[in-house]
Ligand binder design. Structure first.
Ligand SMILES: NC(=O)C1=CN([C@@H]2O[C@H](COP(=O)(O)OP(=O)(O)OC[C@H]3O[C@@H](n4cnc5c(N)ncnc54)[C@H](OP(=O)(O)O)[C@@H]3O)[C@@H](O)[C@H]2O)C=CC1
Ligand SMILES: O=C(CO)COP(=O)(O)O
Length: 329
């Protein structure tokens, strides 16, 4: 079945794109790795390494870097691995090169600002001939690139397509579960990033491990409420791209979202600057969407208020702790 996807085009040569290119090559696929920066692509080609985005990792044999998007025209499937807010423009640039029905798997974790669209909805608009799919779950690029054991979920509307893609990309160390709950998988990845910023704030403020655990559990309740309101299945949200990814990114400063929260909690502002933290870009649209459907998300709301400068950390913590006690739901 995996012969259906013998060649994979990876669009985006950042940390996650490079790691997924390596994982795909390890799974036996031919891989073209596209980057927008010709100089970076030349470095990748010459040194077989990506020091800018994934230091210390060698590019797997079988990964061919390219700066030419048209070169991906013959790929059997595409992994779209650019930040959520760049996904529409990059998918639109890719669209003219794709054969109709080519699966495009978005690997970004976010919601588009301005349109309030999930990643596969953005794909459907920008790349209408493609078959949209989503890959998400607890997986640091460095871990996947190093071949450490990792498990993620790949969802597509057609379960056969999801299964075949999972079979094509998976290996002993990179396990892909498949699903047809596209919405659940994309909500899990987007929402957990916002909650991970809150977990980082708890860490930065040294509020203790008990507070950290409470934050994960109550954050998960928010993620579940949001997911249910937007059509996700509960079993997806309790799986890898929900609870699994929430636990990972709320637990360690290896997460850029957690690290951002840590820095806020230590009153060091948005540090380090320029590093991608998708949760900071998703917080506003997530909270607005929740408001639109009457979904209570106090932790996400507190993160959004801090990031927008409407609340300081002490006010945000105070407002969460001052909420009336209620039944656990
Ligand atoms: N890193 C990780 O561990 C994981 C990341 N993800 C998700 O993957 C997505 C990408 O993250 P990651 O790879 O880590 O991010 P990086 O910051 O490492 O890389 C982002 C890549 O996207 C490129 N890019 C940015 N904007 C554009 C644009 N407008 N057009 C074309 N290319 C663009 C960058 O190019 P340039 O170098 O030229 O700026 C870079 O190659 C995010 O949504 C993230 O949440 C998911 C799971 C794990
Ligand atoms: O999504 C991730 C791990 O699953 C990566 O998290 P960060 O983007 O917070 O580093």
């Amino acid at each position: 079945m995996s012969a259906r996807f013998a060649s994979i085009g990876v669009v985006g040569a950042g940390a996650w794109g490079t790691a997924l290119a390596n994982a795909s090559a390890r799974a036996g696929r031919e891989v073209l790795l596209w980057g927008r920066d010709a100089a970076l692509v030349e470095t990748l080609r010459r040194t077989r390494a990506n020091p800018a985005h994934l230091p210390g990792v060698a590019l797997a044999p079988g990964v061919e870097p390219t700066a030419d998007l048209a070169a991906l025209a013959g790929a059997d499937a595409i992994l779209l691995v650019v930040p959520a807010q760049a996904s529409r423009a990059v998918a639109a640039a890719l669209a003219p090169h794709l054969a109709a029905g080519t699966p495009v798997v978005t690997c970004a974790k976010g919601i588009e600002r301005g349109t309030s669209l999930f990643m596969t909805q953005v794909l459907a608009q920008a790349c209408p001939a493609a078959l949209p799919a989503i890959l998400s779950g607890p997986s640091f690029a460095a871990d996947v690139a190093a071949g450490l054991p990792t498990a993620v979920t790949l969802a597509a509307r057609e379960i056969e397509v999801a299964g075949a893609l999972a079979a094509a990309l998976g290996s002993a160390s990179f396990r892909l579960y498949h699903s047809r709950d596209v919405r659940g998988v994309e909500i899990g990845g987007a929402a957990k990033n916002v909650l991970a910023i809150a977990a980082g704030i708890v860490g930065g403020r040294r509020l203790g491990a008990s507070a950290g655990a409470a934050l994960i559990a109550r954050g998960f309740a928010e993620l579940m409420r949001f997911g249910k309101a937007f059509g996700a299945q509960a079993e997806t949200l309790t799986g890898l791209s929900g609870l699994g990814d929430l636990i990972l990114t709320c637990s360690t400063a290896q997460s850029r979202n957690y690290a951002l929260g840590l820095s806020l909690g230590q009153d060091e502002g948005l540090h380090p600057p320029g590093r991608l933290a998708e949760g900071a870009l998703t917080a506003g649209v997530l909270v607005a969407m929740a408001d639109g459907r009457g979904v209570d998300m106090p932790i996400a709301r507190a993160v959004e208020a801090v990031l927008a400068g409407r609340s300081d950390i002490e006010q945000a913590i105070g407002s969460l702790l001052a909420r009336p006690q209620k039944a656990e739901a």
